[in-house]
Design a binder for this molecule. Structure first.
Ligand code: PBG
Length: 328
């Protein structure tokens, strides 16, 4: 081949590199996770997530206006619930005037066209920090799925455009879809966390929401009986296919970087949009290394996000969304 083909010709300057570039990021790729707390005027930095905050409803309204002006048009809401409102069944999740329901309304009030997605899982509401009801040393499946369906209807009633079940109970997508249809919410979408791994990268998120699983007799202090084993690949395809069959509109793989092989495989295997969640631990690692001066924050951030998109992500949930758009 040499010298007929000198591949470096296509890399010799910015203009040619730009011309032949295969992957681009745009603001519309991003879904912005937001953490909501009770109170007024609250903007608390999350210790393990530098530059990321828990916001009260008034500040949430300000934030979504900012996001909208930057071209970021979709948010994913999470709430931090005070301990005294938590119980094993996550009852507070169904409160029509609960924090999530108020947050949905606040976003729509501040920014009516912002796409609102909501996290659907029991853990922020659970006194045990689990994504389902705990009974006799087990996390109940079908009973938990029923509550998730009621929760989804409650979010749709409040105005959510999409619900995003992040729990990994079996059959919950169908249970949720049926409940939404029964209540007339035929236009409310489901973004399923389909291949969600039992990952140690969720640590900072659990700090943010104070939602880590607690020690209970006979119950492991982890989520391995419902979230997936990081060693498994074929199971990810099965989980994703089943969620689509049950009615998922968008499927998600989570975490991001360690699972890009799964992202590519799922992108090639299914026809629905594929989302990837670059999770809290991925954010924290880069922030920490940059703080020490060991990595170039912006360059590494861009490289990671481009890689997620190149692997096949149509949508990226990322705590870096604003940082990236600022650099565009
Ligand atoms: C709740 C949920 C978690 C995350 C998203 N939804 C934590 C968990 O499953 O324990 C993690 C997100 C992140 O780490 O950024 N079920």
């Amino acid at each position: 081949m040499y010298p007929l083909r000198r591949n470096r010709r296509l890399r010799s300057n910015d203009a040619i590199r730009h011309l032949v570039r295969e992957t681009f990021l745009t603001p519309s790729d991003f879904l912005v996770p937001l953490f909501v707390v009770e109170g007024k005027g609250v903007k608390e930095e999350i210790p393990s997530m530098p530059d990321y905050y828990r916001l009260s409803l008034d500040n949430l309204e300000k934030e979504v206006k900012d996001l909208w002006n930057m071209g970021l048009c979709a948010v994913l809401l999470f709430v931090k619930i005070p301990d005294d409102l938590k119980d094993n069944r996550g009852s507070e999740a169904l409160n029509a005037n609960g924090l999530m329901q108020l947050a949905i309304k606040a976003v729509k009030n501040a920014c009516p066209d912002m796409l609102v997605m909501t996290d659907v899982a029991l853990d922020p509401y659970s006194s045990y920090g689990h994504d389902g009801i705990v009974e006799n040393g087990r996390i109940l499946n079908d009973e938990s799925a029923e509550i998730l369906a009621e929760m989804s209807v409650s979010h749709a009633n409040a105005g959510a455009d999409f619900v995003a079940p992040s729990d990994m109970m079996d059959g919950r997508i169908l249970t949720i879809r049926e409940a939404l249809e029964d209540e007339g919410h035929t236009d409310t979408g489901i973004m399923a966390y389909s291949a969600k791994y039992a990952s140690a990268f969720y640590g900072p998120f659990r700090d943010a929401l104070d939602s880590a699983p607690v020690a209970i007799k006979n119950v492991p202090k982890d989520k391995k009986s419902y979230q997936m084993d990081s060693a498994n690949r074929k199971e990810a395809i099965k989980e994703t296919q089943m969620d689509i069959d049950e009615g998922a509109d968008i499927v998600m793989i989570k975490p991001g970087l360690c699972y890009l092989d799964i992202v590519r495989e799922i992108r090639d295997a299914v026809e629905v949009p594929v989302a990837v969640y670059q999770v809290s631990g991925e954010y924290a690692m880069l922030k920490a290394a940059a703080e020490k001066g060991w990595l170039d924050h912006d360059a590494v951030m861009m490289e990671q996000l481009i890689s997620i998109k190149r692997a096949g992500a149509d949508i990226i949930a990322s705590y870096f969304a604003k940082d990236v758009v600022r650099l565009m």
